[in-house]
Design a protein around this ligand. Structure first.
Ligand SMILES: [Zn+2]
Length: 490
C-alpha cells in the first residue's frame, strides 16, 4: 500500500520513514500515520507483531463515574483474559478525536487462528490492540502465538467495518456541520458520537432558530450532493507551534486540539475541499458523496452548573437510513393501531388524548359521587352503635387516583360523623394498591391504630390529628389483621 495518495498527503517527507514497512518487527507506525488513517476504506492488512503482553484489567471505576459517557465502547469484562498487542501497522482505529475505538480481528498466519480484538487504544503514540484470549486456550499459549515477529492479518470483518463506516459518516458530518456553524459564529463546544442508532450531537453556546437550522442543513446537503472531496495532510508536529486549546470562561475546552498525552509527533489536518481544515486523528470518508446530512430541527437546552449550552442533533449515512426506516415503521404501526392513514396520525392522537382527558374527568366526577354514597352507608351503619363505631371498609378496584378517592370518602364521612358527636374509628383501604386511611374521632386512638398497623402489617405511613395514612406491601389476610388491630382500640 502506497503511503502517499490523493487522499493522504504527506507534507513533511520525513514522515515516510516513520511508517513501519511490511515485515518490520521492531517498531510500530505512530498513531497519526496508521494504515486506517492513510486509507479509511482499507479493510485488511498483513502485519507483524511488535510486542505483546498479558493485560491486567484495572479495578472497575467507582460507581457513577463514566456513567455519562455517550459512546459505549465494547467493554473488557473483569474476568476476561486479554493480551495487549502492538503491530507494525493496523487497520483497526484506536479511539480518538471523539471517534470510538474499532473492533476487529487478528488472524495469526502460522496456526491459522482468529483472535477477536475487543478494542484498541492509543498509548502515547502507540495503537494497542486488546485481544481476547478464548477460554479454550491460555494467556501463555496466546503469548506464544502472538509473539513479536509473528505474521498476522489484521482485519475489519463485516460487522467491524459497518460499525466503522457509521462512525466515519458521522465524524465527517460533524466536521462539515461544525464548519458551517462556525460561519454563523456558533463555535462547536464539544460533540458526541453516540452509540448506534441514536442521533449524534454538537454542543453550542446557544439554541438555534428553525430557519438557521434549515439553512445549515440545506448548505450541508448541497455540499454532499456536489461530492466535495475530503483529504488528509500530515506534517511533522512543531512542538513550539503546539497551541494550547482555547478554553471558555467556564474552563471547557473549545472543540479541537491535540490531546496532551499524544506523543506521535504528527500534525494531521483533515480537509474538506473549500469548506474546512481541522486538526483531527479520526478516520474520514474520502468524499461527502454519500453523506446526506439530517439535522433534527430543534435544539435541547442543557443547564450545567456554570453555563447553559444547547445540543443540536444530527444523523447521516447508514444511521440516517436506519432512523428513517425505524421512524417510518413506528408511524405505520401507530397508524394501524389508530385505524387511520399516516398523515392523520397527529390529529388522531390528539383526539385520543382529548377523549382520555374527558373520560378521566368523568370517572373522577363519578368517583366523587360514589365516595359520598359510601360515606352515607358508613353513617347509616354507625346509627345505634354502642361505644366506638369501628369499621374496616375495603374496595377492590383500580381507579387512577387512589388517594383522592379515599380522601373524598374520609372527608364526606367525617363531616357528618363529627356533627353527630358519636365516637368512631374507620380504616379505609384500596386493596389492589394497598393504600390505607385511618380516620377517627379520637386522636390517640387514630395514632394507636396507625402504630398497630405499622408493627403488624409493616405499613409505612404517618398522620396528624384525626387522620393517618400509609401504604404497605400486599399481605395475605391483611383484612383480618386490620380488623384485629381495630378491635384493640378502646
Ligand atoms: Zn474530528
Amino acid at each position: 500500500m502506497s503511503v502517499d495518495s490523493n487522499y493522504h498527503r504527506i507534507i513533511s517527507p520525513v514522515l515516510r520513514e516513520w511508517i513501519a514497512p511490511a515485515g518490520e518487527k521492531h517498531r510500530s507506525t505512530p498513531v497519526g500515520l496508521l494504515a486506517c488513517q492513510r486509507d479509511p476504506l482499507l479493510r485488511q492488512l498483513d502485519a507483524t507483531v511488535v510486542s505483546s503482553a498479558l493485560y491486567t484489567s484495572p479495578p472497575p471505576p467507582p460507581k457513577g463515574k463514566n456513567a455519562k459517557k455517550a459512546v459505549i465502547a465494547p467493554t473488557i469484562s473483569q474476568d476476561a483474559v486479554c493480551l495487549e498487542v502492538c503491530l507494525n501497522d493496523t487497520v483497526i482505529f484506536p479511539e480518538g478525536g471523539g471517534q470510538p475505538t474499532d473492533i476487529g480481528v487478528i488472524h495469526t498466519l502460522a496456526d491459522n487462528t482468529r483472535w477477536e480484538v475487543l478494542q484498541a487504544k492509543r498509548h502515547g503514540s502507540l495503537a494497542v490492540h486488546y485481544v481476547r484470549v478464548p477460554e479454550t486456550t491460555t494467556g501463555e499459549a496466546a503469548l506464544v502465538a502472538l509473539a513479536p515477529g509473528a505474521q498476522v492479518r489484521v482485519e475489519l470483518d463485516q460487522t467491524a467495518f459497518d460499525r466503522r463506516y457509521d462512525h466515519m459518516s458521522l465524524h465527517t458530518s460533524q466536521h462539515l456541520l461544525s464548519a458551517l456553524l462556525d460561519k454563523i459564529q456558533l463555535p462547536t463546544l464539544s460533540w458526541s458520537l453516540t452509540s448506534y442508532p441514536t442521533p449524534c450531537y454538537v454542543e453550542l453556546p446557544r439554541g438555534m432558530t428553525v430557519d438557521e437550522i434549515s439553512m445549515i442543513q440545506q448548505e450541508a446537503n448541497q455540499l454532499a450532493l456536489e461530492g466535495r472531496k475530503v483529504h488528509v495532510e500530515v506534517e511533522e508536529l512543531d512542538p513550539e507551534a503546539r497551541k494550547p486549546v482555547e478554553k471558555l470562561e467556564s474552563g471547557r475546552a473549545v472543540g479541537r486540539g491535540l490531546p496532551e498525552d499524544y506523543t506521535g509527533g504528527v500534525n494531521r489536518v483533515v480537509v474538506i475541499d473549500g469548506v474546512d481544515r481541522n486538526p483531527c486523528c479520526g478516520t474520514h470518508l474520502p468524499t461527502l458523496n454519500n453523506l446526506q446530512l439530517f439535522i433534527l430541527p430543534h435544539t435541547d437546552a442543557l443547564s450545567r452548573s456554570s453555563t447553559t449550552v444547547a445540543r443540536l442533533y444530527f444523523l447521516a449515512g447508514p444511521r440516517l437510513i436506519n432512523h428513517l426506516v425505524s421512524t417510518h415503521n413506528n408511524l405505520i404501526s401507530t397508524a394501524a393501531i389508530l385505524s387511520c392513514g399516516t398523515p392523520q396520525v397527529p390529529e388522531r392522537v390528539s383526539q385520543v388524548i382529548d377523549d382520555r382527558k374527558n373520560s378521566t374527568r368523568r370517572a373522577e366526577d363519578l368517583e366523587l359521587e360514589l365516595a359520598k354514597h359510601l360515606a352515607s352507608d358508613l353513617v347509616r351503619d354507625m346509627q345505634g352503635v354502642e361505644g366506638t363505631f369501628k369499621k374496616h371498609l375495603h374496595r377492590t378496584d383500580d381507579s387512577g387516583n387512589v388517594v383522592s378517592f379515599l380522601t373524598a370518602i374520609a372527608s364526606a364521612f367525617s363531616d357528618v360523623a363529627a356533627q353527630s358527636g358519636a365516637p368512631y374509628l374507620v380504616v379505609l383501604r384500596r386493596t389492589n394498591t394497598n393504600v390505607l386511611f385511618i380516620i377517627g374521632s379520637d386522636e390517640k386512638n387514630v395514632k394507636a391504630i396507625g402504630d398497630g398497623l405499622k408493627t403488624q402489617l409493616g405499613v409505612k405511613g404517618g398522620g396528624k390529628g384525626l387522620k393517618w395514612s400509609g401504604k404497605f406491601v400486599g399481605v395475605w389476610k391483611a383484612g383480618k389483621v386490620i380488623e384485629q388491630v381495630l378491635e384493640t382500640a378502646v
